[in-house]
Design a protein around this ligand. Structure first.
Ligand SMILES: [Mg+2]
Length: 448
């Protein structure tokens, strides 16, 4: 074993009271408190690895506990082979029962895997996108678990995809450092905003250089038609306006609802129905073409992505940096998307998801797909001030992060202030809540 050894795994239940301003409100999640089940890997060296699972409030303590269950896998180990370490965690014979490869335990693995990559990139002195983008095709293939994938993508095919992209790597790295990577913004479109705020934020998005925005839809059809009309008026014809239903509909209602919005030319419809419904998405995609179907932020693992690509369920892959099994499984998903020729437009927002996922999109551009065509990274403009290396957006584009690591580290004072339930931001509010209030919490509509 070379390099530092991990000596401790620390967790923190960090929550931001975003529901007070209706930031992040959509048709299924009207009152999210953006939260991080945050993990720090301490080492014998001078640098630490940081990672987190993103949740929207209640249950963040469950997520944090799941992360702690992985301590035996990392404490006492080094970073020699993150392909092996990732596969060891995923295949723990007892923890695997809690998934397999889905839900709280898998998101916990994601947080720890991402913290390991943050640590490794810091030790190598490179931003993660560049560390991955400079690995050999063979090294990259060795990071992926091909179990359950080989009917769609074999290691040899993955190797060929990566080898074909190799010649242009240096030019693309240089291009990223100059021009960054295109973004779109969801900030105008939260359901809780009034029409004047929508109009103003659409105008601001165009002035800021974005070439695509997204509106949340799915709560009330007449409201959606009015909001789409306003956005289309402000943005003009041809400007890309995506809509996002956050899993609100059944298959039939998704088709009917989006047909009612067609006159406003939606570019894609996102999460029209359950993220597990592979064939339902395929039916929706056929019925709504040429409107694209986008999904991925709640797609739980590479096997569902595989099936959706095989079935023609998605024309935009919206991988999330912190839901599937971290960097390793996201490399598998990037390779699958490249194999099927479907653009990746990553999900971001929440807290810290923009910071993480920019690295994966940039790695994809450098070493996997080799293109930015029809690709944009989601951008939401809140909570970045809590990060040590926050994203930088210039003229509607993510600037390539240059600091070593995965941009995952939250500021120590932000963690301390937002600890739940004892941090200063929460102390009074939580102390005032009675057991009776807790039992009155909303059910399906208000839950994540
Ligand atoms: Mg979404």
């Amino acid at each position: 074993m070379s390099g530092p050894v991990i000596t401790a795994l620390e967790t923190h239940d960090v929550r931001f009271p975003t529901s007070r301003e209706l930031d992040g409100s959509d048709a299924m999640n009207p009152d999210p408190d953006y939260s991080a089940a945050y993990v720090v890997l301490r080492t014998t060296g001078t640098v630490d690895g940081h990672g987190f699972a993103f949740t929207i409030g209640r249950g963040n303590e469950v997520q944090t506990t799941a992360i702690r269950a992985l301590a035996p896998y990392v404490v006492g180990r080094g970073l020699d082979d993150l392909g092996v370490l990732y596969k060891d965690m995923v295949n723990d014979s007892q923890l695997r029962w809690l998934g397999p490869e889905k839900g709280v335990m898998h998101m916990a693995i994601s947080a720890v895997v991402n913290a390991l990559w943050d640590l490794k990139a810091k030790l190598e002195g490179k931003p993660l996108w560049l560390l991955l983008g400079e690995m050999s095709p063979e090294e990259i293939v060795s990071l992926v678990d091909f179990r359950y994938l080989t009917d769609a993508l074999t290691p040899d095919e993955a190797l060929r995809i990566l080898q074909e992209a190799e010649p242009g790597r240096a030019a693309r790295i240089a291009a990223l450092k100059v021009d960054g990577y295109p973004a779109y913004t969801t900030s105008p479109g939260w359901l809780g905003y009034d029409d004047d705020k929508l109009r103003r934020l659409c105008k601001e998005a165009i002035e800021a250089g974005f070439t695509q925005i997204k509106l949340k839809v799915g709560a009330d059809l007449e409201d959606d038609r009015r909001r789409m009309r306003i956005a289309r008026e402000v943005c003009g014809p041809g400007f890309r306006i995506a809509v996002d239903a956050n899993q609100r509909w059944d298959v039939g209602s998704a088709i009917r609802w989006v047909n009612e919005l067609r006159e406003f030319d939606p570019y894609w419809v996102e999460e029209p129905t359950s993220p597990d419904d592979v064939l339902g998405h395929a039916t929706i995609a056929r019925a709504l073409a040429p409107v694209k179907v986008a999904t991925g932020e709640h797609v739980q693992n590479r096997m569902i992505f595989k099936q959706m690509l095989q079935a023609g369920s998605m024309s935009v892959v919206q991988l999330d940096a912190a839901r599937v099994g971290g960097v390793n499984e996201n490399i598998a998903i990037l390779l699958l998307a490249a194999k099927f020729g479907v653009p990746v437009c990553p999900h971001a927002g929440g807290v810290g998801l923009c910071e993480l996922v920019q690295h994966l999109a940039m790695f994809d551009y450098v070493a996997v797909s080799g293109t930015m065509r029809d690709r944009v990274i989601e951008y939401v403009d809140h909570l970045h001030e809590h990060f040590a290396d926050p994203v930088v957006i210039v003229n509607g584009r993510y600037q390539a992060p240059l600091a070593p690591g995965f941009s995952a580290a939250m500021l120590p004072e932000s963690i301390a202030d937002h600890l739940y339930p004892d941090g200063p931001v929460w102390r009074d509010e939580v102390a005032g809540a009675s057991v009776a209030t807790v039992t009155e919490l909303p059910g399906r509509e208000g839950a994540a």
